[in-house]
Design a protein around this ligand. Structure first.
Ligand code: XMP
Length: 511
């Protein structure tokens, strides 16, 4: 996705938690976006030649010595700018306005009024509205040439602009859903102020990535580790489209997939114009896990064994490229775009030095998750694969509390299958739901006999970011059916419980 092919909006990051959301909203409006550090040199910005720049919020006050600042020249490049929250304060402060503490800090959804009908940001929007606010400082006096354009009960200048210089700013967060018509405000900025043409769409992304893959790879081979998750599946699909016959997908079956899942993955990719290799490593993994009950040890053992099996298999393809389903949030969180590391990701940023591969291919590197899904659908992948819920790398091992054995995994697989079947039958949709086999056994009675079997936990959560969640209020009627089917049909379970804990304080997985 090079700049000469698309109009681009640069999101300059000043530490705001919503930078990715801003970039996604811009793309949803049909304009390519890119996240860069707030400290990006002006020369770099000039080279990118964005049609607009958005300054994110951030947790700072412009008066903190350590807070990120910017230079006056940023606002003199002639590029339209939208400052959001801290970005608004930074614009005011840098251009000679006055910033200070509000009378009352505003947090949460707050009623606001767009006062200035002439402000292009508010074109077609209701003037009485609701916005998400999160600030203790605010703009007390706008810089020369600016007009205050919105207010709330406690924030007299909730937006400001200078139409001639195409500089706009809002104290609230238009990128979040809780701001009414927030996306329309961003759309106005893009189309009425920046002159966006709306030239970014998923078909173009596919065409461009295919060209880029062909150019990079030539006639060499490519090896991809396929997990059956959304990212690696879509990565396989686009590679297959770009370089039919040159791709090898290695699926390491660690034996801890859900019921039938390994076969489903095989069915989805076998017979296509790629070389599908399924490595049956169940026994290898289970023997390493024998006697291990501590969750982090399980994770570590599985992670290490996974790399070992993949390397052994991929040795056969030395001299190929290695493909990875890295997506844009992985790149952003690794600090490669902004310098701020949130999580380190395996191999993001380059191949290790002593590698047998000749390069790294990452066709999804510029895409957000929802774009990856859209791409998968456009490439004809099954909906079940594209909308698959997240599944931990260590698989059912972290849902099998206590020792992981084939027998216990089978009990869990069967129970989990019934649970998923009944949720689907009831037409319910949750972001993630699964069964957990505990290591606790309780007494039960079946027929005339006493049983002494495992307690099985059911979990279903509602979340958009998987960082926090609420437990789902599953109808009792569905729980009734699931519970009675599991206890009757799955040998080894005597009792079913439902997890009614959110995150925090619990996590989504039990281990
Ligand atoms: P927690 O349990 O931390 O999970 O609330 C948040 C999300 O991450 C998934 N998860 C994992 N994914 N490897 C993964 O690839 C892991 O070890 C792992 N542990 C948790 C979890 O399913 C949820 O979606």
């Amino acid at each position: 996705m090079t700049k000469d092919l698309n109009q681009t909006v640069v999101v300059l990051d000043f530490g705001g938690q919503y930078k990715e959301l801003i970039a996604r909203r811009v793309r949803e409006c049909g304009v390519h976006s890119q996240i860069l550090s707030g400290a990006t040199p002006l020369e770099t910005l000039r080279q990118i030649a964005p049609i607009g720049i958005i300054l994110t919020g951030g947790p700072h006050s412009v008066y903190d010595a350590s807070s990120p600042h910017t230079v006056k020249e940023l606002f003199e490049m002639g590029i339209p700018i939208l400052g959001i929250c801290y970005g608004m304060q930074l614009m005011a402060y840098t251009l000679g306005g006055e910033v200070g503490p509000c009378k009352v800090s505003e947090y949460g959804t707050i009623s606001a009024t767009y006062d200035d009908k002439a402000c292009a940001l508010f074109d077609g929007l209701e003037s009485e509205t609701v916005t998400l606010m999160s600030h203790t400082d605010c703009v007390l006096r706008v810089p020369d040439g600016f007009i205050g354009a919105a207010h709330t009960a406690d924030c007299p200048i909730a937006a400001m602009y200078n139409a001639e210089r195409r500089l706009y700013a809002v104290q609230f967060h238009p990128e979040v859903e809780r701001t009414r018509e927030g996306t329309r405000l961003i759309h106005n900025f893009l189309y009425r102020i920046c002159g966006a043409k709306g030239d970014y769409n998923i078909d173009d992304v596919i065409d461009r990535q295919i060209r880029a893959i062909r150019e990079q790879v030539g006639d060499k081979g490519v090896v991809l580790g396929l997990s059956g998750g959304v990212d690696s599946s879509v990565c396989a699909a686009i590679l297959e489209r770009a370089i039919p016959g040159q791709l090898t997908c290695i699926f390491v079956d660690h034996g801890m997939m859900r019921k039938n899942e390994g076969d489903e993955i095989e069915r989805a990719f076998k017979g296509k114009s790629l070389n599908f290799v399924r490595v049956d490593a169940e026994e290898r993994f289970l023997s390493k896990l024998a006697g291990v009950t501590e969750p982090e040890r399980k994770r570590k053992i599985i992670g290490e064994e996974f790399v070992r099996v993949f390397e052994e298999e991929s040795d056969k393809y030395a001299g190929s490229f290695l493909a990875q389903g890295t997506i844009y949030p992985d790149v952003v969180e690794s600090g490669l775009t902004t310098g701020a590391v949130i999580k380190s990701h395996h191999n993001v940023g380059g191949l290790p030095k002593d590698t047998k591969f000749i390069g790294l291919v990452e066709p999804l590197r510029y895409l957000f998750k929802d774009e990856v899904r859209a791409l998968g659908r456009r490439l004809g992948l099954d909906e079940a694969l594209v909308s698959r819920q997240p599944f931990p790398g260590p698989g059912l091992a972290v849902r099998c509390i206590g020792e992981v054995t084939k027998e216990r995994l089978d009990i869990l697989r069967d129970a989990d299958y019934i649970y998923r079947e009944e949720i689907a039958r009831a037409g319910l949709k949750y972001d993630q739901y699964f069964a957990v086999l505990t290591d606790m056994r309780t007494v039960g009675v079946m027929g005339d006999g006493r049983t002494y079997n495992y307690v099985l936990g059911l979990r279903a959560v509602i979340t958009s970011d998987f960082m926090t969640c609420e437990y789902a209020h599953i109808p009792y009627s569905v729980l009734d059916v699931v519970s009675s089917r599991i206890v009757n049909e799955v040998k080894g379970v005597s009792r079913v419980v439902y997890d009614v804990t959110g995150k925090p304080p619990a996590t989504i997985e039990w281990e």
